[in-house]
Each structure stands twice: as structure tokens, then as C-alpha cells.
Design a protein around this ligand. Structure first.
Ligand SMILES: *[C@@H]1O[C@H](CO)[C@@H](O)[C@H](O)[C@H]1NC(C)=O
Ligand SMILES: *[C@@H]1O[C@H](CO)[C@@H](O)[C@H](O)[C@H]1NC(C)=O
Ligand SMILES: *[C@@H]1O[C@H](CO)[C@@H](O)[C@H](O)[C@H]1NC(C)=O
Ligand SMILES: *[C@@H]1O[C@H](CO)[C@@H](O)[C@H](O)[C@H]1NC(C)=O
Length: 372
């Protein structure tokens, strides 16, 4: 099904040789994979991966992030991801850096400065859907990625806690959420991924106690992009929270009642859609106003205005029909135990993704030979 062109073959061959070199780190004395580092939030060290012998160099940033590091040059590599109005994402540290060049050194950008990281600039988030599913939480966003240091034409890539040297991308990146703990404390989440580029992004955190966590937070399907890894019905200019069914594990699909699997080929680009992806049903969607949600984003002075101060926030939801009443964007989580929508969900019906997925396939391909 896939067509191998010469240039893509060379790119992948180069990637594979890098992979072999990086793989040498594994098994060195004292080596522990990032995925296996289990660190309570109150015991985070300055860096989780300070090893000077790491083939990719020591960790670029740090994991202890506090008020002194809460600047726009923060090198914080600890992500907090709680709710539609309370999260961080990974993006590049310097302007105009494509993800493919910087996956090892991405830093956290957050919806406020309270986590000691950079603050997302106003105008970055132009549409956000936050899904709570039985086994994971997920955010899909439409973004102006130039505001978080990505080139406008970067189709981006995938970040996860593995990588060819098992040190993670970013190296030493830690992820915490209150969502899966019983007492609202921040608990570490070891199964996660982020796709970013092409004006969209998706972050998924799988429940640490779910037996499906590794399948649903897969990191091997980087070439087929966001619409296969995060099948969704998010829309630009809409800000909403929904409950949702789980998606199918990436690479798994059902045809004529039979469950089939697809594996990403080791070489070559994927030039045709590998399969039709099922978009999970969602329900209980609440439409919110970005001006209510994102009150702490970094004000960006408009070029014409002199001086500082609040350029007005991101566009508000254009349809605007179902503004949620009193809840003003609090976006509290639903209990993950009982919330699985059962039976008749009145939300959006599942459907099959077509053209946009195709565009994404090409987009992601153009980008990167990723090291899973
Ligand atoms: C780095 O490599 C040097 C030389 O092999 C070794 O002596 C040192 O212990 C290593 N450092 C770590 C932190 O593993
Ligand atoms: C704040 O974070 C920086 C960078 O990680 C660290 O060096 C410093 O010790 C921290 N300060 C406190 C009070 O924890
Ligand atoms: C993205 O932000 C930049 C910087 O503010 C702006 O020049 C550009 O027009 C924005 N892009 C879109 C598509 O709105
Ligand atoms: C939360 O409570 C449930 C039910 O008592 C338990 O199964 C689960 O392990 C707890 N989770 C954590 C993170 O402590």
C-alpha cells in the first residue's frame, strides 16, 4: 500500500542509523528509561536525566519549575495537564524551530504562569476540544503555531516518553495531572503523547491504572498523524468539553465486523490512507467561551498599539449557541469511573474520517523521519 521514493528512503535510512546509535544508551550502567522513572510530584529532581553520557547530550531544561522560572525563556520540562482551561503543551524553545529539529528539547507552555513554565500567548488557541473518556483524557486544539515558536509551514511531529534511546521527547519530559488521582493531587502520568503541527495539536494522557493505557497512548504510529492517532470532531473557533467513548487503538479497525490491524511500515512514506478511522461518539458537550477559559494567557501587544496591555483574547466561539450557564469554564472533570457513556449517547454520531485525514497523512509525511 505504501510507495517508497528514493528521497524518503534515504531519510528513513538515515533515521534508522541514528536510531541504532541512540540505542547504545540503553543498558549502560545506571541507565533507566524515562518511562520507568516513577517520581511523585513533590520529589521531582532538578533534572530527571542529567546523565552527561547521554548520546543526545544531557537534558536541555529542568524539571523543578517555580515562580523564578515562570518566564518566556523558561526551560521547564514538566507538563501539567488537567482540564480545558488548565494545561501545558510541549513546543519549541526558540522562534521558528520545527519540531523535527527540537523534539529532544521541547519546553512546556501553559495556560498560566503558575507552573513555572512559559505562558501560551493570546491568539495561539483558536479552537479547543477537551475529551474525557473511560481510559484517557485528550485535548485537540487548533493553533496559531507561530506564536509558540513553530514555523508556519511545520507539519510537525509526535512527542512521547520513549524515543530511540528511551530518554523521551523531550528528553526528561515529565507529565502530571490531577485527573487520575482520588484527592486532586498531581499524579504522574507515564503514558502520553502529543502531536503538533499543521495548525493543530492533540495531547492524550492515559489513565495510569487502565490496562489499556499503552495501547491507547501508542507511540508507534507517528507517520499517520493526528487524524488517525486522535480521531476527533473538534472544530476551529469552538471551545468545548465532552465525554467521549474510547477511540480504537491506533492501527486497529473494523471492516465487515472483523477487527483488522495495520502496522506502520518501517520504511517509506504512506501515500494512501491505510484504513478508515472510526471517530468515537461523544456526549455531554459543553460549549465555552475562550474569554472565560483563558484569562491568564500572555497578552501580546498588537504591532500598531504602543506599549503593553491586553490585546483582546482569542476569537470566541462563533456559533455561540450553547454557552454553558454558570460554570464559566471551570471545566471540572467528570469522575472517570462511572462516566463511560453507555448505550444511547446523544452526542455526535461516529463517522468515518476522509479527506482531512488524507491531507494529514501527506502533511505529517513531509515533515519528519521520526524516531519512535
Ligand atoms: C560517563 O562516562 C564516564 C566514562 O565512561 C564514566 O566514568 C561515568 O561514570 C559516566 N557517568 C554517568 C553518570 O554514567
Ligand atoms: C526554582 O527552580 C529552579 C530551577 O529548577 C531551581 O534551581 C530553584 O532551586 C527552585 N527554587 C526553589 C525555591 O525551589
Ligand atoms: C498567527 O500569529 C501571527 C503573529 O501574531 C500573525 O501575524 C498571523 O497572522 C497569525 N496567523 C493566523 C492564521 O491568524
Ligand atoms: C482511586 O480509588 C479507586 C477506588 O478506590 C482505586 O481503585 C484507585 O486505585 C485509586 N487511584 C489512585 C490513583 O489512588
Amino acid at each position: 500500500m505504501s510507495v517508497v521514493t528514493r528521497s524518503s528512503f534515504l531519510a528513513v535510512a538515515a533515521a534508522l542509523s541514528v536510531q541504532v546509535v541512540l540505542g547504545q544508551d540503553i543498558g549502560q550502567p545506571g541507565f533507566t528509561a524515562l518511562y520507568d522513572k516513577h517520581i511523585p510530584y513533590n520529589q521531582i529532581p532538578y533534572q530527571v536525566d542529567p546523565d552527561p553520557n547521554a548520546t543526545r547530550g544531557p537534558q536541555a531544561g529542568y524539571n523543578i519549575c517555580n515562580s523564578t522560572t515562570a518566564t518566556q525563556t523558561s526551560e521547564c520540562q514538566t507538563m501539567i495537564f488537567n482540564a480545558i482551561d488548565d494545561f501545558c503543551l510541549w513546543s519549541s524553545p526558540q522562534p521558528d524551530q520545527p519540531i523535527s529539529d527540537t523534539e529532544a528539547v521541547e519546553v512546556a507552555w501553559c495556560t498560566s504562569n503558575k507552573y513555572g513554565a512559559r505562558t501560551i500567548p493570546q491568539g495561539t488557541l483558536t479552537g479547543v476540544q477537551f475529551l474525557t473518556t473511560p481510559d484517557y483524557i485528550e485535548m485537540i486544539a487548533f493553533i496559531n503555531q507561530t506564536l509558540i515558536n513553530l514555523p508556519a509551514d511545520d507539519f510537525g511531529g509526535e512527542l512521547d516518553p520513549h524515543g530511540a534511546d528511551l530518554r523521551g521527547n523531550p528528553m526528561g519530559g515529565l507529565v502530571y495531572s490531577t485527573h487520575f488521582t482520588n484527592d486532586s493531587s498531581l499524579g504522574q502520568v507515564s503514558d502520553w503523547n502529543e502531536f503538533i503541527g499543521g495548525g493543530q495539536m492533540c495531547i492524550k494522557l492515559c489513565n495510569p491504572s487502565s490496562p489499556n493505557r499503552a495501547n491507547l497512548c501508542e507511540n508507534r504510529y507517528d507517520l499517520i498523524g493526528l487524524s488517525f492517532n486522535c480521531p476527533n470532531q473538534a472544530q476551529d473557533n469552538v471551545f468545548e468539553t465532552c465525554d467521549s467513548d474510547n477511540q480504537d487503538p491506533v492501527g486497529t479497525y473494523t471492516t465487515n465486523g472483523q477487527v483488522m490491524t495495520w502496522s506502520q511500515p518501517a520504511v517509506g512514506p504512506i501515500t494512501t490512507l491505510p484504513y478508515s478511522v472510526r471517530i468515537p461518539s461523544s456526549s455531554n458537550c459543553q460549549t465555552l467561551q475562550s474569554t472565560d477559559l483563558y484569562t491568564s494567557l500572555l497578552a501580546v501587544a498588537s504591532p500598531s498599539a504602543s506599549g503593553s496591555s491586553g490585546a483582546s483574547a482569542t476569537p470566541t466561539a462563533s456559533g455561540g449557541a450553547k454557552t454553558s450557564g454558570g460554570s464559566s469554564g471551570a471545566a471540572s472533570r467528570t469522575s472517570s469511573g462511572g462516566a463511560a457513556p453507555t448505550g444511547a449517547s446523544q452526542g455526535n454520531a461516529a463517522s468515518v474520517n476522509g479527506v482531512s485525514a488524507f491531507a494529514t497523512v501527506f502533511g505529517v509525511l513531509a515533515a519528519v523521519a521520526f524516531l519512535a
